[in-house]
Design a protein around this ligand. Structure first.
Ligand code: KIV
Length: 269
């Protein structure tokens, strides 16, 4: 079956089920399980490289893992994260780096924060599909003072809404909302034309994403810390618990997203 386009996926009217993925074997399993889109996230910094955060992930890392995922799931839509430092400084560098990810097999590149409207516009005008990542943006974890829910005050909620409008108008094809109140994500989804993908953003986004290792319940925090010190984020759900196979767990996730039973209230803010 040829690769579905994002427009076809959206036109289907179904909720979009997305998962992070970093290698060919899991990419193939995810594709078989019916995952609509794979995100080669820079969360690989923590999940694969054992780092404290995403900040040391390089373009080379992202190109390598995007190639791996594209090899394993050639007919699944792939989003690749542009790593920290690869798009914020110079628009031409951003274009060059985005092109490298597309050449590696990505269909869409993802960039973080509402401060990159011009980069988004430039990339979109040059034929590169961009997903905007708003709310909690992991590349700004230091400035945000840790892993904290965003958009709780009226002022910060208004800022996220305005950022989403700006990124949508600049040509973003998706807006990913991380760790924002469910009612705010719903409001944004109703206001902008661009589909939204939520992680810790409630059930009313156009789709959902989870980190694969969270779905499997095997991520126990950064490598330097004891698993006993780790508390999984509220939005994570272990779909492997009570299931006989990884493929079944992923299939159940896809179905739960499609029938809106995930995320439940207990996974939302
Ligand atoms: O890098 C990543 O995995 C992400 C998700 C948390 C959305 O950006």
């Amino acid at each position: 079956m040829p690769k579905q386009t994002l427009d076809q996926l959206i036109a289907s009217g179904e909720k979009i089920a997305m998962l992070t993925c970093y290698d060919a074997t899991f990419a193939k399993v995810c594709a078989e399980a019916g995952v609509d889109m794979l995100l080669v996230g820079d969360s690989l910094g923590m999940v694969l490289q054992g780092a404290e955060n995403t900040l040391q992930v390089s373009m080379q890392d992202m190109i390598y893992h995007t190639k791996c995922v594209a090899a394993g799931a050639p007919n699944t839509l792939i989003i690749a994260d542009m790593p920290y430092g690869s798009y914020e400084h110079d628009i031409k560098d951003a274009h060059y780096n985005a092109q490298s990810l597309i050449e590696a097999g990505a269909d869409i590149v993802k960039i973080e924060s509402g401060n990159v409207v011009e980069v988004t516009r430039y990339l979109a005008e040059h034929g590169i599909a961009v997903c905007a990542h708003l709310g909690f943006t992991p590349q700004s974890v230091q400035q945000l003072g840790g892993y904290k829910i965003q958009g709780k005050t009226d002022e910060s909620a208004r800022k996220i809404i305005q950022d989403a409008i700006n990124m949508s108008v600049a040509g973003a094809c998706l807006v990913l909302l991380e760790m924002v109140p469910a009612h705010l994500a719903q409001q944004i989804t109703e206001i902008i034309k661009t589909p939204t993908i939520g992680i810790g953003a409630g059930v009313n986004c156009s789709g959902q994403v989870l980190v694969l290792q969270d779905l499997l319940g095997i991520y126990t925090g950064v490598a330097s810390k004891s698993p006993s010190d780790y508390k999984a984020p509220r939005f994570a759900k272990n779909f492997l618990a009570g299931n006989h196979s990884i493929q079944q767990a992923i299939t159940n996730y896809v179905q739960a997203v499609k029938n809106k039973t995930f995320p439940a209230t207990e996974h939302s803010y």
